[in-house]
Design a binder for this molecule. Sequence first.
Ligand code: CP
Length: 308
Amino acid sequence: MSELSVNHLLGIKYINEKDIQLIFETADHFKEVINRSIKKVPSLRDITIANIFFENSTRTKLSFELAEKRLSADVINFSAGQSSVKKGETLIDTVNNILSMKVDMVVMRHPNPGAGIFLSKHVKAAIVNAGDGAHEHPTQALLDSFSIREKFGDVAGKKVVIVGDILHSRVALSNIFALKLQGAQVKVCGPKTLMPKHIESLGVEVETDLRKALNWCDVANMLRIQNERLDISYFPTTREYTQQFGVNKAFLDSLDKEIVIMHPGPINRGVEITSDVADSKQSIILNQVENGVAIRMAVIYLLASKIK
Ligand code: CP
């Protein structure tokens, strides 16, 4: 039987192309399951999963919880804001206390890069990184690639441009790793101040002219401007950012070809993209969210099969 090469999902950097294909094939099956009238399978009746979130989330938190419930796992949810973390309890103490309640897997979102890696070395449970600071967001990249595969049949050879704040984006880094592993061509586009030094060493090209980037690509993944991570001003004003790197419907319609628009969410409507772009037929933003459940079912199922 095929199995993942890893016991934790800490980042796309730590998995390989075969792992991605196994996750996609498993997600294909679960996507069919969640479109049945009875959307639940008994696969993980003996598994308990804790979702521990130290940062806000809508899509990731809800879709992990739904994925776990669709697999019949027992689920507990922990939000740092209402917990004893507020009284000074450490991350390891917090997680070990949760694990002493016989928890098998921890899905964690944390503001610090590497928090999941740290945890995986100190606690006995499978760890799934649900976003760690500006480091990685592996399940987002997997659902993004799965959505491109669903739209085009394959990711290999597709031209993808990632637009916006590349510097602070865990979505950008995980997407770059995932897309390159699958043989896609990748460009990044955004203000020079939001472009990491040596980004080309990851095998991507930098294009600062948005029109050129969009005329080149098949897919544009429009990142959110993460105001909460911008400690200083990286561009003069939001209005000027939008003028140079935002996409409205007139701009989209003026391109040489019809491209696909993606966005990881949450959208700053009118900043990265306007509402008529977000809601257009070229947008697959809600397909991404739908695919997030099947992808997270696949990741949890495959990791759980290694701890049984
Ligand atoms: N894409 C994403 O991670 O969204 P949330 O922050 O709402 O989970």
